[in-house]
Design a protein around this ligand. Structure first.
Ligand code: BTN
Length: 238
């Protein structure tokens, strides 16, 4: 099989001290195969219009650009990121919360924001790596790799490993379609049968992930398929 390696996958690499948002910067450059990394972001973007906490130095803020939008990219990116972080965190719980939040021991350690403009898709990843201080509003919901393991990580090495994993999972998707991505997701996501809540706070149970990447929920006896939005682990959190 033709496996993409990061050296084929990434044609341009830019490292910045500070940027408004690596996603915005990458989209403005308007070319495929662009990696943008920053040590800090002034206006880090989260999903659903939320800000992404982006202080200097301790964390990963990175964006990789791919070609035209594909609704599977957010899930592929989640699987690739989860696999890289799980290798470092060996015996800890590293789970994907649909569509692509990464939870470490139940708290959010990484988030992914995919945005498209024209024929370019930006896959933006934020990983809390060596961060140990949090603003009050994030204290209960966020964690970092170092807070859990007590180890300080080399940010550059970790970025390379994430890019390699993303290249590998994109290759798998190109060759075998969504089936292996879905299988990995189902094995390593907040489990099927788990009781969670809708964004509105209604209790529900996760039933399945469709071949379209949508989440199937049982909301009080009614089967509902979610194509966007999110689920909430417990009332009032993340
Ligand atoms: C989420 O809400 O969970 C998604 C967070 C995504 C944050 C990353 S940090 C690098 C990239 N640039 C941004 O502005 N956002 C993403």
């Amino acid at each position: 099989m033709m496996v993409l390696h990061s050296k084929d996958f990434i044609r341009n690499r830019i490292e910045l001290d500070i940027v408004d948002s690596t996603n915005k910067h990458a989209l403005d450059l308007d070319r495929e195969g662009q990696l943008v990394i920053a040590r800090a972001q002034r206006a880090g973007r989260g999903r659903k219009g939320r800000p992404w906490y982006s202080p200097e130095g301790n964390n990963i803020y990175m964006t990789v650009t791919l070609g035209k939008p594909d609704p599977k990219y957010p899930l592929i990116a989640g699987v690739a990121l989860r696999q890289t972080l799980a290798m470092l965190m060996k015996d800890r719980d590293v789970l994907i919360k649909w569509p692509n939040d990464i939870l470490l021991e139940g708290k959010k350690v990484a988030g992914i924001l995919c945005e498209s403009r024209g024929k370019i898709t930006a896959i933006g990843m934020g990983v809390n790596v060596n961060q140990d201080l949090w603003p009050d509003e994030l204290k209960d919901a966020a964690t970092s790799l170092a807070s859990i393991s007590g180890i300080q990580y080399d940010i550059g090495q970790l970025i390379d490993a994430i890019v390699e994993s993303l290249a590998r999972w994109i290759s798998i998707y190109i060759r075998d379609g969504f089936t292996p991505v879905r299988r990995y997701f189902l094995q390593h996501s907040v489990t099927i049968g788990k009781s969670v809540f809708t964004e509105e706070g209604t209790p529900c149970t996760i039933l399945d992930l469709t071949m379209e990447g949508h989440l199937v929920l049982d909301i009080q006896g009614k089967v509902v398929t979610l194509s966007s939005g999110e689920i909430v682990m417990a009332r009032q959190t993340v």
